[in-house]
Design a protein around this ligand. Structure first.
Ligand code: SAH
Length: 254
C-alpha cells in the first residue's frame, strides 16, 4: 500500500523543506516523491542535511513541468490545503483519508497522489480542482498553515497507521482483489475526457469560454465525485463523439 502513495510538491521554494519532506516520507515508509516545477534547486547542502540520511529520495524524485504530468497515472488525487476555497469540494480529515487508503490501493495499477502547495501561496484553485478531494489538517483557525514538511509528516503518519492497521486485519481476513474489469479511470484519462467535454460543450453552444461561470469546475467536481471506471469513461467519450457528429462540430481528422 505505501508504495502506491505518491507525495507531490508543487512550486517548492526552499531546498530545506524538500529535504524535510524526504525525511518525513522515509520515516513513515513512503518513497515516491514527485516535484512539480520546483522554484529552487533540489539537491543542495540544505536539502541533504534536512533529509538526514533520506537523501536517496531526493536523488530518485521525479521532476515534472505540470501537475497533470505528475498525476497522469493516479487513480485518486487529494490536495492538502490549509484554507477553504470559493467552490466547496469534498473535504476529508487526515484520518478519513487514511481510512480510504487500503481500499483505494487494492488494485495493482492504483496510485494515490497527495498534493502539497507552495510555501507562500499554497495550491491554486485550478490545482485544487484537479483533485478528487481536499484534506485539511485541523489546526488553530487563527494560525492554520503548517510548514510544508510538517504537513507531509502528519499525512505520512496517517498513511503508515492505516497500513499498520491493515497489516493487523489482513492477518485475519484477506481483502478481495478487484478485477481488471472495474479499474478506475486514471487522471490522464479523466483529463482527456474533460478536454473532450469542454470542446463538445463549446461546439454545441452550451458553454461560452468567455463567460465560464465555473461550469467546467462544477462538472469536474461532479465527475471526480463519481469516480468513473475506465469502461464508463469510454462510454461517456463515445457519447461526446456521437454528439459532435450529430451536431456536425467534430473537428476534421488531420
Ligand atoms: N501559505 C499557504 C500555505 C503554505 S503551507 C496558504 O495559505 O495556502 C505549504 C503547504 O502545506 C500547503 O499548500 C498545504 O499543501 C500544506 N499545508 C499546510 N498547512 C496545512 C493544513 N493545515 N492542512 C492541510 N495542508 C496543509
Amino acid at each position: 500500500m505505501l508504495e502506491r502513495i505518491r507525495i507531490i510538491l508543487i512550486g517548492t521554494s526552499h531546498p530545506g523543506n524538500i529535504g524535510g519532506v524526504a525525511r518525513a516520507m522515509h520515516n513513515m515508509g513512503l518513497a515516491d516523491l514527485a516535484l512539480v516545477a520546483p522554484r529552487c534547486e533540489v539537491i543542495t547542502q540544505d536539502s541533504i542535511s534536512r533529509a538526514s540520511g533520506a537523501d536517496h529520495l531526493l536523488h530518485q524524485a521525479n521532476v515534472h513541468a505540470t501537475l497533470e504530468d505528475a498525476v497522469a497515472d493516479c487513480t485518486l488525487a487529494v490536495g492538502a490545503s490549509a484554507r477553504s476555497r470559493t467552490l466547496p469540494w469534498p473535504m476529508l480529515s487526515p484520518r478519513e483519508l487514511a481510512d480510504r487508503l487500503p481500499t483505494e490501493c487494492q488494485a495493482a495499477d492504483s496510485r494515490v497522489a497527495l498534493v502539497f502547495g507552495r510555501e507562500d501561496s499554497g495550491l491554486t484553485n485550478a490545482e485544487l480542482q484537479r483533485c478528487h478531494a481536499h484534506v485539511h489538517i485541523p489546526t488553530n483557525a487563527d494560525f492554520s498553515s503548517l510548514n510544508l514538511a510538517a504537513a507531509v509528516q502528519v499525512l505520512a503518519y496517517e498513511c503508515r497507521m492505516a497500513w499498520l492497521n491493515q497489516a493487523d486485519s489482513q492477518a485475519n481476513a484477506p481483502a478481495p482483489v478487484p478485477s481488471a474489469d472495474d479499474a478506475l479511470a486514471t487522471h490522464a484519462e479523466l483529463e482527456r475526457y474533460f478536454e473532450h467535454l469542454e470542446r463538445t460543450l463549446i461546439g454545441i453552444g452550451f458553454h461560452d469560454p468567455d463567460q465560464p461561470r465555473q461550469l467546467m469546475a462544477r462538472l469536474r467536481r461532479l465527475y471526480l465525485r463519481a469516480r468513473p471506471e475506465r469502461m464508463e469513461m469510454n462510454i461517456l467519450r463515445g457519447i461526446l463523439s456521437a454528439t459532435e457528429k450529430a451536431a456536425n462540430t467534430k473537428p476534421p481528422k488531420p
